[in-house]
Structures are given as C-alpha cells and as structure tokens.
Design a protein around this ligand. Structure first.
Ligand SMILES: Cc1cc2nc3c(=O)[nH]c(=O)nc-3n(C[C@H](O)[C@H](O)[C@H](O)COP(=O)(O)O)c2cc1C
Length: 349
C-alpha cells in the first residue's frame, strides 16, 4: 500500500496547493517521518550508479529545483533515496514572487500549473542551511541559481559553489516578470559563462527553457551549443510550457507533471542526437515511473529528475523508481544504467 496516497494525500488536498507545499517542506525540515528508516530508502545497487560529468551518483533519480527553494527541507530530502537533490532557485536577495494564488493542481492529469515567480529567502539563508546540511547519505547536492540580471548570478555563484557538488544556472524562469531575458540569447549566455570562468571552481550545469510542446527550436539549440562550448557538465531542458489557468492570480503559469512527459522524451532524443557524448543530459518533466526513467535514459539522458510526481506519489518515489528501473533492466539483460544510456532500446507498449 502507498501510505502517502492512502493517508496523507487526501489531507494535503484539503489545503490549497501552496499551503500543502509549505507543510511538506516543514515535515521534511524536521526529518520526519523518514529519519528512522533512512538507510532502507536507498536502493544500494552498483548497476544504478552513474556519472553526471565527473559527479558520481548512487542512482540516476534526482529531485528537481523548486520543491526546496531555500534548503529548508534538506534534513528530509537527503534521506529519501535520491541520487541527488537540487535546492533553489536561489536569488541574491529576498524576493516575494508573484501574487497568490500561484499554484494549481490538475489532479486527473497528475500535473500542476505554477506561477510562483521565484520567491526566495535570499542567498544568505540558503547558504546557512547548505552549510549545516548533514551529508550522511550518498545523495549529492546541487544548488540552482536564478536572477533578474547577470550581476545576480555573479553575486550568488561564488557564495554557493563551495557548498554543493554542482551549481546549476537557470537561464530563465518563465514565471518571472522581471527577467531581463538576457540569457535567452547566445550572446548573453556566452557573456555570463565567460564572466564566471575566472571564479569557477565547481561543476556547472545549465537549465534552459523549452519553446513549448514538441522539439526545440534552432534558437534554443543555439543556447545549448553555447553552454556545451563552455564545458558545462550537464544540460537540462524540461519539457514544460506556459498554459492558461484562471485559478491563478495572473491567469497562467508553467505546467509540469504527466502531461509534459511526451515533450520531455522528444527533447531528450533531439538533444542526444545533437550533443551525443559531449554533455550529460538531465531529463526533466513528467517523470513518474521506472518506465519513464528507463525511456529517457535509453533516449540519451544521464539522469531523470522530478518534482511533480513527488507531490502526487509521495516520499517512496525515489526508491520505487530505482527498483522499477532495475527490474526493467534485468528483464532485458542490461548490465547498468551507464550501458542503457543512449541505447535507444524500446519498451513494449
Ligand atoms: C511548484 C514548482 C516550483 C518550481 N520552482 C522552480 C524554481 O524555483 N527553479 C527552477 O529552476 N524550476 C522550478 N520549477 C520547475 C521544475 O524544476 C521542473 O522543471 C518542472 O516542474 C518539471 O518537472 P516535473 O514535471 O517533474 O515537475 C518549479 C516547478 C514547480 C511545480
């Protein structure tokens, strides 16, 4: 039985989605209720190990940025069995984000629409929690940064890079009305990555926004090429896009969850065809089952990260996905996740 779905989720559904998010964050901040069984949440199997650039992961299932924006939930998230967890997006200063309501559920589609607009407690609060995080599990830590201008990234990057295993740069938050859009041009992204070069000591990942449902445009592929030229270790292009939703204060937001998976798969295939082994691909958007993880990795991804399916399926997600992936690989004689990557092996419908 899935305890979360049977007992916890019905209570969370009674709250508005943002309040349930904060409640989940507070429970995880207290390490509750996972700490007594933390060790058993990890599927410890060498076949699952994978290298994201030179970052060695115990398994390919990660937590995407946005769930734990300020590092509050780390006492819990680091123990759930993820290969890595992302904190962020972190901004240099406090930022309130967009007016509420700014998140809505699409329950039948196991999807969400969010228009958070990058609320952040600021870099000092996140840095304090990252410094304090007790890293007793094999889970790696990635911190995602965003900003409204290039100088925002240049402020947060040096503070956060010693505190995590990698820093991920989000080039655009589609919900942020203040974004200058500077990093949406190859020249703008090139300038930021060039400015970071002299101070860059940690692994760097880049997260780029897709264009909408379907494959990436040449403009977005030009951003990917810019990032690859600068030697970033991994690229993420989530298969999400903007949709109308009258329940939200501003009438629209970015979708996420099951409805985005077909686009995620298309993007991973397209990116792998173009970049091959030149860069790792972190698949993101609608990943909810071990089959999804198998399919994106076979299509060329190195890891599969998620946010929305944690909301719908609960804390057993990382362990469940790792186990399902292992079973699918074993049934097909695939010796490891590394061997599965880019194999283009198809699962029967
Ligand atoms: C509530 C919510 C908040 C998010 N906040 C951020 C964020 O702060 N920074 C970021 O890069 N992505 C953010 N995202 C996007 C996710 O990282 C991810 O790209 C998207 O949700 C698709 O993955 P999923 O279908 O597994 O949720 C957020 C998504 C949701 C649902």
């Amino acid at each position: 039985m899935n305890t979360y779905k049977a007992l916890v989720r019905p209570w969370l559904y009674r709250l508005d989605p943002e309040r349930s998010h904060h409640l989940a964050e507070r429970l995880l901040a207290a390490g509750f209720p996972w700490w007594p069984a933390a060790a058993s949440r990890f599927v410890d199997d060498p076949r699952l190990q994978v290298d994201l650039g030179d970052l060695h992961l115990p398994n390919p299932v990660g937590l995407a940025p946005g769930f734990d924006k300020n590092g509050r939930a780390l006492p819990g998230t680091l123990k759930l069995g993820f290969g890595y967890v992302s904190v962020g997006s972190v901004l240099p200063r406090y930022r309130a984000g967009n007016p509420r309501p700014r998140i809505a559920r699409l329950v039948r589609d196991e999807s969400l629409v969010n228009d958070y607009g990058l609320p952040s407690e600021g870099v000092s609060a996140a840095a304090k929690r990252l410094r304090r995080a007790s890293r007793t599990t094999p889970t790696k830590l990635i911190v995602n940064i965003d900003g409204v201008s290039q100088s925002d990234y240049l402020q947060t990057f040096p503070i956060l890079q010693p505190l995590a295993d990698a820093v991920e740069i989000s080039t655009l938050c589609p919900n942020n009305p203040d974004d200058s859009g500077d990093l949406q041009s190859p020249a703008g992204l090139n300038r930021l990555l060039t400015d970071l070069e002299p101070i860059r000591q940690s692994r760097l990942f880049v997260k780029i926004m897709a264009d909408g449902p379907g494959p990436l445009s040449d403009k977005t592929l030009a951003l990917v090429e810019t990032a690859v030229r600068h030697g970033v270790a991994a690229i993420t292009v989530p298969g999400t896009w903007r949709v109308m939703d009258t329940r939200l204060a501003r009438g629209s937001g970015q979708n996420s969850g099951r409805m985005t998976f077909p686009t995620t798969l298309t993007i991973v295939k397209q990116l792998y065809e173009i970049t091959g082994e030149r860069v790792a691909i972190k698949a993101l958007g609608g990943i909810a089952t071990g089959r999804d993880v198998f399919r994106v990795i076979a299509a060329g991804a190195t890891t599969a990260e998620l946010l929305t399916s944690l909301v719908y399926e609960g804390w057993a997600q990382p362990r469940r996905l790792a186990r399902e992936l292992l079973a699918l690989m074993a049934a097909r004689g695939i010796p490891s996740v590394q061997a599965l990557r880019g194999s283009q092996i198809r699962l029967d419908a």
